[in-house]
Design a binder for this molecule. Structure first.
Ligand code: CA
Ligand code: CA
Ligand code: CA
Length: 289
């Protein structure tokens, strides 16, 4: 008898479940949005700030009407090294939400400055990933004729400034000025020089840590690194070198009670930051945005 009772109970559950599902269509639980975030730079590699009056939007790629699915003002340091963040609602098959899309929908990021659309590279079109999937996507304003990640404006400007222009082995045009090359032999690729705001044709101009020294009689260490104007820097630490879990250091409490990370604005000169080595961190690095 006991086993029969269990069987009936089991059937009851199977029968009830679909009914419940059918009656619960209307108040479907919303799916988590897809968060798209990252850094938008201008055609000279400088991250956009609020001063640029830029807006980032999400549109359906095929939608000529230009309906906006998400929008955010572009401003410095939304989070570490990011200046835009867009939240895209995902269709949960419930009551139609006007700004929700289904997974797989081709979407397009649009950047506007003072209301005018700007060209973005790489091509800012992607298929909507599964609900709740965050994706980091960095873009650069301006035309990039050869699609190598270096905008035409920066490439032409730098080629003009190259003191060795015309010598054998030196890039002559956009096509031969390649992002993976290291034209000045300073160990930093042309693409990374673009991102750090340094000169790809000067071996003495590069983003680097200059020194790291303990301050006698304290638990502090002085970390000195080179900076570029209009770029921002964060210091990160890790307890281990293998499989490091980098976390920002030099945290501060803002007056409004929010917890933030210290951001250092580049001056074009060396900068020294004091980090507390008593925190247990053994490794530090500097991130440039
Ligand atoms: Ca290019
Ligand atoms: Ca270099
Ligand atoms: Ca350089």
């Amino acid at each position: 008898m006991k086993s029969n009772f269990s069987l009936i109970l089991g059937l009851a559950v199977v029968l009830v479940a679909p009914c419940e599902a059918a009656t619960r269509v209307a108040p479907a639980v919303p799916k988590p949005p897809v968060i798209t975030y990252g850094l938008i730079r201008d055609e000279y590699g400088v991250p956009l700030t609020k001063d640029s009056k830029a807006v980032a939007r999400l549109l359906k790629d095929a939608d000529q009407a230009g309906k906006i699915y998400a929008q955010s003002v572009v401003e410095a340091n939304v989070y570490l090294g990011m200046n835009y963040r867009l939240s895209l609602e995902i269709d949960s098959k419930g009551p139609v939400r006007s700004r929700a899309v289904t997974v797989g929908t081709p979407m397009r990021v649009q950047a506007l400055i003072d209301g005018s659309e700007e060209a973005l590279s790489p091509r800012p079109v992607w298929n909507t990933p599964a609900a709740g999937t965050p994706q980091r996507l960095d873009y650069t304003l301006g035309e990039d004729a050869d699609g190598d990640g270096l905008p035409d404006a920066w490439e032409l400007w730098m080629l003009e400034l190259n003191p060795r222009y015309g010598e054998p082995g030196q890039p002559m045009d956009i096509a031969s000025f390649r992002p993976e090359d290291d034209c000045d032999g300073d160990g930093i690729s042309n693409l990374r020089e673009f991102m750090a705001g340094t000169d790809p044709f000067s071996a003495t101009d590069l983003f680097s840590i200059v020194s790291f020294e303990k301050v006698p009689g304290t638990t502090l260490a002085a970390l000195t690194f080179k900076t570029s104007l209009d770029h921002v820097y964060h210091v990160l630490m890790a307890e281990r070198a293998d499989n490091p879990n980098w976390t920002p250091v030099a945290t501060t409490s803002h007056v409004d009670g929010e917890f933030g990370y210290e951001t250092y604005e580049g001056t074009g000169r060396k900068m020294t930051v004091y980090v507390d080595a008593a925190l247990g961190a053994a490794f530090f690095k500097v991130a440039c945005h």
